[in-house]
Design a protein around this ligand. Structure first.
Ligand SMILES: [Zn+2]
Length: 402
């Protein structure tokens, strides 16, 4: 820690001193699958308690209403949990955003519910890396900064949402409001690689449901009077698939609908995921959707309703983001940590924050791996390591307000 001032050193040591493992074990023992509203509610209360050590104004914010489309093409309301939102020193010269998610991909009836030690220092458990470990790192770093004389230079908002693993549709508006005008944002997803490599550019992602209304008819007597919704859905899937290239991936994932063999089917719902590399590719994907829908509707004489959006816009590498990576890399170097970054194919709340024009590093959480699987693991030594990295990064960003 040669390159650190005495104030920085004291702050880093405080961050590393927190018993984060105890928090991770307590939090990972609670199921917080994105659809487990009871578990999420309990977790929100526990996190509100934990974060109340910060000098903050705190709210549990109700989710925005979200609609999805069922197999019969009908919209229905999707319930989400509440989101923890806190604000600290909104008048300070440097304003930052910190985000994390309390939900996991493991539903309450999933077999993966408990922790075990894979080996010394490697903990296997649901959400230990993604991202209950990251939340512990964030809190340790913020608490350490609060005890520093530099704290007065920096203010911030924290959002811990409850629906990140299902696309953040109930919390996207809250995140966007919190991101507005911020100097930078740090999000606590686990590192992109077990060695600590951060995620750089990310593609975007959009989920779409196309409800196709045709017309039924007898398959033998008057098929010419029918308008086959399943065939139209298949045609639409093929046309969208033609847009695939190095800068756009298209995955027609499911066709629902149909009818008995002797009836021309009048209903089908096609589900498609599209991932554009950049905002220009997203615009191209949107016009591919618009033109394909128009052509299929005309050629098959069917009606098509489009539901969905690019809820995760692409996160490109930009000069302000490069410079933020520079701050983290230098902080790492001064702590004896070598920090690199690379593009990755996944999406997260960092995409939404970047879309607000705020540079964001979204993998400030723990080192670990195999996330979204029953082999998910946390490298326990990375808890103090990453808390130190965050604390020093925050202090240095705060220093810009001097
Ligand atoms: Zn995550």
């Amino acid at each position: 820690m040669e390159g650190l001032t005495s104030i920085e050193r004291a702050c880093v040591e405080r961050a590393m001193d927190v018993d984060m493992l105890r928090q991770v074990e307590a939090w990972a023992a609670m199921n917080t699958g994105s659809r487990n509203l009871g578990g999420l509610n309990d977790m929100a209360g526990i996190l509100a308690d934990a974060f109340s050590i910060l000098p903050c104004e705190m709210h549990l914010v109700e989710p925005a209403p979200v609609e999805a489309v069922d197999a019969s093409g009908k919209p229905f309301a999707v319930a989400h949990g509440r989101n923890l939102h806190l604000t600290v020193r909104p008048g300070a010269p440097v304003q930052l955003l910190f985000t994390g998610h309390m939900d996991t991909v493991f539903p309450v009836d999933h077999p993966f519910q408990s922790m075990r030690w894979i080996e010394d220092g490697v903990l296997n458990g649901p959400g230990v890396a993604d991202m209950k470990g990251g939340i512990a790192v964030m809190l340790a770093a913020l608490a350490a900064v609060e005890a520093s004389p530099e704290a007065k230079r920096v203010g911030y908002e924290v959002v811990i949402n409850s629906d990140e693993e299902v696309g953040s549709l109930g919390s996207a508006a809250l995140i966007a409001t919190a991101a507005a005008g911020k100097r930078a944002a740090l999000t606590y997803e686990p590192s992109a690689m077990p060695d600590g490599t951060l995620a750089g550019a990310r593609p975007g992602s959009g989920n779409f449901s196309f409800t196709i209304h045709g017309r039924s008819a007898h398959a033998g007597r008057n098929p010419e009077d029918g308008r086959n919704a399943v065939v139209a859905a298949a045609d639409l899937a093929l046309r969208l698939q033609k847009g695939v290239g190095p800068r756009l991936s298209v995955n027609p994932a499911k066709i629902e609908g149909g009818s008995p063999n002797n009836v021309v089917p009048d209903l089908a719902v096609l589900r498609v995921n599209l991932r554009p590399a950049t905002l220009e590719d997203q615009a191209r994907a949107q016009s591919l959707i618009d033109s394909s829908v128009a052509m299929v509707a005309a050629e098959h004489d069917v009606e098509i309703h489009v539901h969905g959006l690019f809820a995760r816009p692409p996160k490109p590498m930009t000069p302000p983001l490069e410079s933020l990576f520079g701050v983290v890399k230098q902080a790492g170097a001064d702590l004896g940590q070598s920090i690199g970054w690379q593009p990755t194919g996944g999406v997260c709340d960092g995409n939404n924050i970047a879309a607000c024009g705020v540079p964001v590093i979204d993998t400030m959480g723990v080192r670990g791996g195999k996330i979204h699987s029953m082999e998910e693991y946390l490298i326990v030594d990375s808890l103090p390591e990453r808390a130190a990295l965050s604390a020093l990064t925050i202090l240095r960003l705060a220093g810009e307000g001097a």
